[in-house]
Design a protein around this ligand. Structure first.
Ligand code: EPU
Length: 417
């Protein structure tokens, strides 16, 4: 299995191009199931999760053009097998995003329950509740959700909590339902807005994406479209946090600064100078960062997907940062690995108290999930000596060529086979 070897202690200099957003590309790929016409996507990141989604869609019957230069065309002219098997769902929870589209398009679906995952329980009860409100019959048999409906009907759905993929699944289902669906307490994440934009280009009638209330007027059929996936705000934030921790001056190209307000505010508080114009962000950092405290929350609050990277930043900052995780109940596994590098972190329940130390020291560490891996990369970049990160397949799921991009910024980082 591949590992990453990092020799820390160098500032980052230069420019880096941001890839398309994983968490936008995955639901948008599923939207291809809603039409028999081709959906042509650009700015699709080259990631393991995207390949897994393409494999799942292929099993369902979606034909995919070859992916080159971030372009991929998906055509679901026929849906031959409306099913998401356990083997794929267990490796990528986003597979559950085929449920809404399959039900809306074919009137039936068989999708494996995802089960627990490293960062928390992550149930899908809100997806099920919403589809049931739209008239679907859903029961669980042998670990699978078996769903059926004649034609979904519009409904007024109040979600018990804010769920990103839940909102996306229901929005896609509602696009082909009969009548109007209102989703209350909907997720406001930019990726939901990106999906809504793609659906609108396919002919869907959606209002309010990006607010807590989304209104979808169902249509009979959707058509093909072209859509460019939005820039990855978490990849962007990961590079920005790395520069703030390691120092230097970097320009990020092809980014979406307007989706990063909470992250940018915290980095400025840590001492980074940041200027954003159009789709570029320039960041400059000198000296040791100042600790920041934060609390994760649904968008526009501070993203849970940036929490681990900020813990690495706080680990070397001056002062003490208090980090509270409110979205997932078990998303502090990186703390133990950061401690192996010399970080001073005390955890109580969903709060981590991080006392910054002058220097981390390189060590062997293990990646436990995607964003935890990113935090270890940041820590490795600032640590003294060598850090060897194992299990980086987590990183490959969600970051496109992260080590090459960091190496281009002057970091000593290489993949060891
Ligand atoms: N939840 C329920 N019931 C549901 C759905 C969610 O209780 O039916 C709970 C979850 O257990 C969690 C909270 O609600 O405690 C929020 O979960 P959400 O459904 O919003 O998460 P998700 O849609 O499964 C997406 C991203 C995650 C990101 C979260 C939160 C995708 C493919 N995944 O997951 O991304 O952390 O939203 O912003 O969009 C990552 O990229 O590393 C990643 C984990």
């Amino acid at each position: 299995m591949d590992k990453l070897l990092i020799r820390g202690g160098r500032p980052l200099e230069g420019s880096v191009r941001i890839s398309g957003a994983k968490n936008s590309a995955l639901p948008i790929m599923c939207a291809a199931l809603l039409t028999e016409d081709p959906l042509a996507l650009t700015n699709v990141p080259r990631l393991m999760d995207v390949r897994t989604m393409a494999k799942l869609l292929a099993q369902i019957g979606v034909e995919a053009g070859t992916q080159s230069d971030g372009r991929i065309t998906l055509c679901a002219s026929k849906v031959k097998n409306p099913e998401a098997p356990y083997e794929l769902v267990k490796t990528m929870r986003a597979s559950v995003l085929v449920l809404g589209p399959l039900l809306a398009r074919c009137g039936r679906a068989r999708v494996s329950l995802p089960g627990g995952c490293a960062i928390g329980q992550r149930p899908v009860d809100q997806h099920i509740k919403g589809l049931q409100a739209m008239g679907a019959r859903i029961y669980v048999e042998h670990g699978y959700m078996i769903a059926a409906a004649q034609r979904l009907r519009g409904a007024h759905i109040l979600m018990d909590l804010v769920t990103v993929t839940g909102t996306e699944n229901l929005m896609m289902a509602a696009a082909l339902a009969q009548g109007t669906t209102v989703l209350e307490n909907a997720a406001r994440e930019p990726e939901v807005v990106d999906l809504a934009r793609c659906l609108a280009a396919m002919g869907a009638r959606i209002e309010g994406a990006g607010t807590g209330t989304i209104r979808v007027e169902g249509v009979r059929t959707l058509g093909g479209a072209e859509h460019a996936v939005m820039p990855d705000r978490i990849e962007t934030g990961t590079f920005l946090a790395a520069v703030t921790a390691a120092g230097g001056k970097v320009r990020l190209l092809g980014a979406a600064p307007d989706t990063l307000e909470a992250t940018l505010d915290k980095l400025k508080e840590a001492g980074a100078r940041i200027a954003a114009t159009g789709d570029e962000i320039e960041i400059e950092m000198e000296g040791r960062p100042k600790s920041v405290s934060l609390r994760t929350a649904p968008y526009p609050g501070f993203a849970t997907d940036m929490q681990a990277q900020f813990m690495a930043l706080d680990a070397v900052a001056s002062g003490t940062g208090v980090i509270t995780e409110t979205i997932f109940e078990n998303r502090f596994m990186h703390a133990l690995e950061l401690q192996r590098l010399g970080a001073d972190i005390a955890i109580q329940g969903n709060t981590a108290v991080v006392k910054g130390v002058e220097r981390l020291q390189g060590a062997n560490v293990m990646a436990t999930d995607l964003r935890a891996s990113a935090s270890l990369v940041i820590a490795g970049l600032v640590a003294q000596g060598e850090t060897l990160i194992e299990r980086i397949y987590h990183l490959d799921r969600g970051y496109e060529e992260l080590e090459k991009k960091f190496a281009a910024l002057g970091a000593k980082i290489e993949r060891v086979k």
